[in-house]
Design a protein around this ligand. Structure first.
Ligand code: ATP
Ligand code: MG
Length: 774
């Protein structure tokens, strides 16, 4: 170990070494972007282990599970896999969900509790508002949810709420006197459903640690060394957990940058970093000043921005890296032009500098901005991936399948039950569901228990419907039996068939249905991977419960497979801690960035400025800023003004390009950037592919093609029984005509590789794919 560690430690400068080698006591590393905070944290863990600290006694909290995984990989390469495996690392949510499962009975929860995602929470709140007969225009479920969420993150329980006249008055003054009651109902219903929402994972951990001194003592003793990355963005609830756990040994190391605190709107409290020295005795404070990530121009431009904030800790950030190119600023006419500019610039850069798609990121303030960028990248055949927005696991069809599986683990799960009790349709109407809910509330039981006891209770449901409900119960119970022996993949495959989900989408047959089937197939593939992956790990079983936990806490960044070669599109909030050689920051316009909703107070504006600082400091080699003169927002074309942030950057680090929307007046302009765009009627030449990424030539259907078989629907879905052969020309609803290149697998697993005229080569599962043979 020591040799390897030696090698790693030699990759740190002296300022970084000091906190890395500081073994005991409370310490804080405050430093600007790209100065190696995360690197210090990682190497410090390896160092602790080399000093005899047991890996079981170390807890590291990160911003994403992906970051935790990367850290663990790095540490494993120093100390070895088996030692690294025992480290507790992950986001606050994933680490404390694990602890809550161990200790669930203390809080009256089952250890198989469900984790409600935001969508589940909002649906439940929405139905409670309806059941209470409240005006849904006054009680908007999303607003109510965020109110409840902020109470929970401030540790204001229902009881605390009703004991606090100020809170009640505030909600009453805002014409929402029933918030407390909704809050109470929501908490009761979650409890009855054996469910915790995201905020509960922190709130209940706090409850656990405060109410049960023996539990606190146990985890204090376990986590003798605690490390927290991105400390500036912890909220009050997270702060208290860290505080409690570190109280006994005081071996707490936090790293952060006050200039990158960007989650105040979610309750993050910048004071956590500012007050750290007050909270612990003899805090060692370390500062790092050298940035290793970015060029001089980028570092200096970012410094000149953050200088404008009044509330900040004084920090120096400098770099020994090259001067690099200046930050390019570009004005475009519309958001469409902006997208095209970004796409063609990426294209040019990639060609000229032999870069990968994954060397580029496009960052924006709001998710809605991605569309114009996407359109342009698609037209240029540049692969991209959007992070954030609706994650894969929140898509309707995926949640439907997952809801069946959630019921297998926890039949009390109300939101899962309501989602699928009548999907696919089995003649169980809303009135019946409403009656079940009322009965469940009355008996203080779960809906599922009511359904199991329909014969014994007095409920106004006719016998035909009762039979349907009982059939549903029997089906779920049969899945539970299967779950005792089958793995996740086998079970899920069975569930999608027996529940009728596959049949339902097959029957629909619209392009959306086909996409849904493909997504379900993707989910099943993911499960297969999960099962295989878990088989390699001795202590995991590939169980359904583990899979659901992974899914519930997956952040969108986690889904990324490291080798993927695509341009990354994401909001700036999501980009925190990441780095890319080339970064495009788009939509730098007043009211968009800074956001119109964050300009009322100095502190809001300063948070927007920090957000801009985060964006700019993601870039290693070059940063591009764009703004437009008019943009569609809320369905209207509105005039836009350049963001004040552009003006705030010191001129000497900027390269302001001639406005590109006036090509005639400026003939010399952007020949290199817009090489192949014709200014007036924008069309694109076919991108020239480098050899390494050459695809088969696009398929073009011969003109004299005639249908040899007339298609009908039964034939469409039965293609896997041997009718399709290599060389066949087929037609797909979305991808158009294509040629079959390869057929593999047997029976229901038969797959065909087809080169389509729209979309290139695709591998389709013939059981799902609806193809016409031409
Ligand atoms: P952020 O504030 O954005 O989270 P950070 O302070 O956590 O940034 P790191 O991500 O740890 O910074 O480091 C930034 C980059 O610099 C990384 O690519 C890292 O590998 C590299 N780096 C850090 N320290 C050194 C060093 N001493 N020598 C060479 N490269 C370094
Ligand atoms: Mg970092």
């Amino acid at each position: 170990i020591n040799d390897r560690l030696e090698k790693y430690l030699s990759q740190l400068n002296d300022a970084q070494l000091a906190p890395t080698l500081q073994k005991d006591g409370p310490m804080i590393v405050i430093a600007g972007a790209g100065s190696g905070k995360t690197r210090v944290l990682t190497y410090r863990i390896a160092y602790l282990m080399s000093q005899g600290v047991d890996s079981f006694n170390i807890l590291a909290l990160t911003f994403t599970n992906k970051a935790a995984k990367e850290m663990k990989g790095r540490i494993a390469s120093i100390v070895g896999d088996s030692e690294a495996k025992n480290l507790w690392m992950g986001t606050f949510h994933s680490v404390f969900a694990k602890i809550l499962r161990f200790e669930a009975d203390r809080l009256g929860y089952p250890s198989n509790f469900t984790i409600y995602d935001t969508q589940d929470s909002q649906r439940l709140i929405s139905s409670i508002i309806k059941e209470m007969n409240l005006d849904k225009d006054i009680y908007k479920y999303k607003q109510v949810h965020s109110r409840i969420s902020s109470y929970k993150n401030s540790l204001i329980t229902v009881k605390a709420y009703f004991q606090n006249p100020e809170l009640i008055e505030a909600d009453t003054a805002a014409r929402r006197p029933k918030i407390g009651e909704i809050y109470k109902n929501y908490v009761d219903r979650c409890f009855k459903a054996g469910a915790m929402d995201f905020d509960d994972l922190l709130l209940k951990t706090n409850e656990l640690l405060t109410r049960f001194p023996d539990v606190l003592a146990k985890y204090q003793d376990k986590f003798r060394y605690i490390l927290v990355d991105e400390y500036q963005d912890t909220n009050h609830s997270q702060y208290l957990i860290v505080r409690a756990l570190s109280d006994r040994f005081q071996n707490i190391c936090v790293v952060g940058d006050d200039a990158q605190s960007i989650y105040a709107f979610r309750g993050a409290n910048i004071n956590n970093i500012l007050n750290f020295q007050r909270d612990y005795d003899d805090v060692k404070v370390f500062r790092l000043e050298q940035n290793y990530r970015s060029t001089k121009n980028i570092v200096n431009a970012a410094n000149s921005i953050i200088d404008k904030n009044q509330t900040k800790l004084d920090k120096v950030v400098w770099t020994a890296n090259d001067e690099g190119a200046k930050v390019k600023v570009n004005r475009l006419m519309t958001d469409g032009d902006e997208g095209r500019y970004v796409a063609s610039s990426i294209f040019e850069n990639r060609m000229q500098n032999q870069l990968k798609n994954s060397d580029f990121a496009v960052l924006y303030r709001t998710n809605a901005q991605s569309r114009a960028i996407e359109d342009a990248l698609r037209k240029r055949d540049i692969p991209y991936r959007i992070y954030g927005g609706l994650s894969f696991y929140q898509r309707k069809e995926i949640k439907d399948v997952l809801s069946y599986l959630r019921l297998v683990i926890n039949p009390a799960d109300e939101e899962a039950l309501k989602r699928v009790i009548n999907f696919p349709a089995r003649g169980i109407g809303q009135t019946t569901v409403d009656r079940l809910v009322v009965a469940a509330n009355g008996f203080e039981r779960s809906i599922f228990e009511v359904m199991q006891n329909l014969d014994k209770i007095d409920i106004k449901i006719n016998s035909g419907t009762k039979t349907k409900l009982q059939n549903f119960v029997t089906m779920i119970e049969s899945f539970q039996v299967m779950n005792q022996t089958a793995d996740v993949f086998e079970l899920a495959e069975h569930v999608t068939k027996v529940s009728g989900i596959i049949r339902e989408f097959n029957k629909g047959g619209t392009p959306e249905d086909i996409t849904r089937l493909e997504n379900i197939e993707e989910l099943l593939n993911g499960m297969k991977d999960f099962v295989e992956g878990q088989k390699e790990l001795a202590d995991a079983t590939g169980s359904l419960a583990e899979f659901l936990e992974d899914v519930a806490l997956a952040t969108d960044l986690d889904a990324d497979k490291g080798d993927a070669n695509h341009v990354a599109l994401m909001t700036i909030h999501l980009a925190k801690g990441l780095e890319f050689p080339y970064v495009y920051i788009v939509g730098l316009e007043e009211d968009l960035f800074p956001s119109a909703m964050s300009m009322n107070t100095r502190s809001e504006l300063e948070e927007e400025r920090r957000l801009f600082y985060v964006a700019l400091t993601r870039a290693e080699k070059q940063a591009y800023l764009t703004y437009v003169l008019s943009r569609y927002r809320w369905g209207k074309l509105i005039d836009a003004e350049p963001s004040r942030f552009i003006e705030e950057i010191d001129d000497q680090y900027l390269d302001v390009l001639t406005p590109v929307h006036e090509p005639r007046q400026n003939p010399m302009l952007n020949a290199d950037i817009f090489g192949d765009i014709e200014p007036n009627n924008i069309r694109f030449k076919k991108p020239v592919k480098r050899k390494s990424e050459a695809k088969p030539p696009k398929f073009v259907a011969p003109k004299n093609l005639k249908r040899v078989t007339k298609s009908n629907s039964s034939e469409k879905t039965n293609l896997f029984d041997g009718k399709l052969a290599v060389g066949n020309i087929v037609e797909h609803m979305r991808f158009g005509k294509g040629e079959v290149l390869k057929i593999e697998g047997k029976g229901a697993d038969t797959k065909a590789e087809i080169n389509f005229e729209n979309g290139g080569v695709k591998k389709l599962l013939l059981r799902f794919a609806k193809l016409d043979v031409l």
